[in-house]
Design a protein around this ligand. Structure first.
Ligand SMILES: [Zn+2]
Length: 405
């Protein structure tokens, strides 16, 4: 049955601003018509009067790991159940309608992607990357989602296994991190030239985008020059990195939450509560706070330079992650409009889905959310979630709870 969403304050993520009194018609899961003022409702259509609420594209998070909480001894079966719940709640409780995974063990993300796409499970659209590929003495070794590879042959084999298991992209770890043991620091680079060249060559040959964890100028430049699709983190960069990102059109996903969410930096009750649950050790808090000012500077520099950027949080769980990260973008100087585009249109473009998703336009798949308050006034208003639609179907309706609150 066709569906009409009427009386909406539309933020289509194409034209800046809000179009009040708009309506959107949906047929067969896609947007059939968008009218700025009223517009006729097709015969037999189900009508949802949004009562002036804000209607916008569903949110994306393009840097996601699905474990929450981390249970060191969890079996694959337990992880699968946990990830499915995390993904489903991200969709229904935060309006995250699509994610790109950046390290998930046992190809659980590929299985979830298929289950969600077939309609057997309610969950977000998933662009799956499988394992996080690193080296012995690499990064993220304690997480359960890292696979160690050494030497060109080690990388070739692991990447081919990823392909065989149905990933959409390859996550490659080029350098250290903010979280980790003393020999895993973000200014350390891990791969030898021959390992890098082999890993990128096989991805290029088979047409798989490389999602490059790169955290220092050496790693960022190597990733861009070898053809990475996106650079993740970029805690330390230099002007040459920014110029190369622009020149090659490489995406940058800054993951501000990694360095910006510590007890001393939390600036709202919600952030403070989340940070407390995060439970970082004093050593990691110090590492994050030491890294934050420079991270912020390169985020601001890239934003000002017009580097292509999309929103990826690297935070958990999914019901908080994108919303926290968007708040940090704004705290660091992005406008709510820039943060919203990063989490919708630009994220969809990064995932190669621009033709079908990321904006409210005729012909696109109807992955949409409605929120009570205007997120362009305050990006945190995205938390006043009323409705979530995926493929044109309502998958979460919080209107009654909102009215009662
Ligand atoms: Zn990550």
């Amino acid at each position: 049955m066709p569906l009409a969403l009427t009386n909406a304050a539309l933020i289509d993520c194409v034209r800046p601003g809000v179009a009040r009194g708009a309506s959107v018609q949906i047929e067969n899961g896609r947007i059939a018509a968008v009218s700025d003022r009223g517009g006729s409702v097709p015969k037999g259509a189900e009508v949802i009067d949004l009562g002036g609420a804000h209607l916008l594209p569903g949110l994306w998070d393009v840097h996601v790991h699905l474990e929450w909480p981390r249970v060191p001894s969890a079996t694959v079966a337990e992880l699968t159940v946990q990830y499915a719940e995390n993904a489903a709640r991200g969709l229904t409780e935060a309006g995250v309608t699509a994610i790109r995974t950046a390290g998930v063990p046992h190809f659980i993300d590929v299985a979830l992607k298929r289950a969600c796409a077939s309609g057997r499970m309610v969950g977000p659209r998933i662009f799956a990357g499988g394992w996080f590929l690193t080296t012995t003495a690499g990064h993220a070794l304690g997480t359960g989602f890292a696979k160690t590879c050494d030497g060109p042959t080690g990388f070739l084999r692991a990447i081919r296994e990823q392909m065989e298991n149905g990933v959409d992209h390859v996550k490659l770890n080029l350098s250290g991190g903010v979280f980790g043991p003393s020999w895993d620091r973000h200014w350390h680079s891990f791969l030898l030239t021959e390992e890098l060249e082999a890993a990128f060559a096989i991805c290029r040959q088979r047409g798989y985008p490389v999602v490059a964890h790169a955290t220092n100028p050496d790693a960022v430049k190597a990733a861009i020059r070898l053809g990475a699709h996106s650079v993740e983190h970029g805690y330390i960069m230099d002007e040459e990195c920014v110029a190369l990102l622009r020149e090659r059109g490489t995406w940058y996903v800054p993951t501000l939450g990694i360095t910006h969410l510590t007890p001393a930096q939390a600036s709202s009750a919600w952030e403070a509560r989340w940070v407390e649950q995060r439970g970082l050790t004093p050593d990691i808090v110090k590492r994050a706070e030491d890294a934050a000012p420079e991270h912020r500077r390169w985020f601001q520099r890239a934003l000002a330079a017009g580097v292509k950027m999309a929103l990826g949080s690297d935070l958990r769980p999914l019901r908080d992650s994108a919303l926290l990260e968007m708040g940090l973008w704004v705290k660091d100087g992005a406008t709510p409009w820039q943060a919203l585009l990063a989490a919708t249109r630009h994220a969809a473009e990064l995932c190669g889905a621009r033709a079908d998703l990321g904006t409210v336009e005729v012909g696109k798949i109807a992955d949409l959310i409605a929120v009570r308050d205007n997120p362009l006034d305050d990006v945190h208003h995205l938390r006043s979630l009323l409705l979530v639609l995926k493929d044109g179907r309502v998958v979460a309706d919080h209107r009654r709870a909102d009215a009662a609150a």
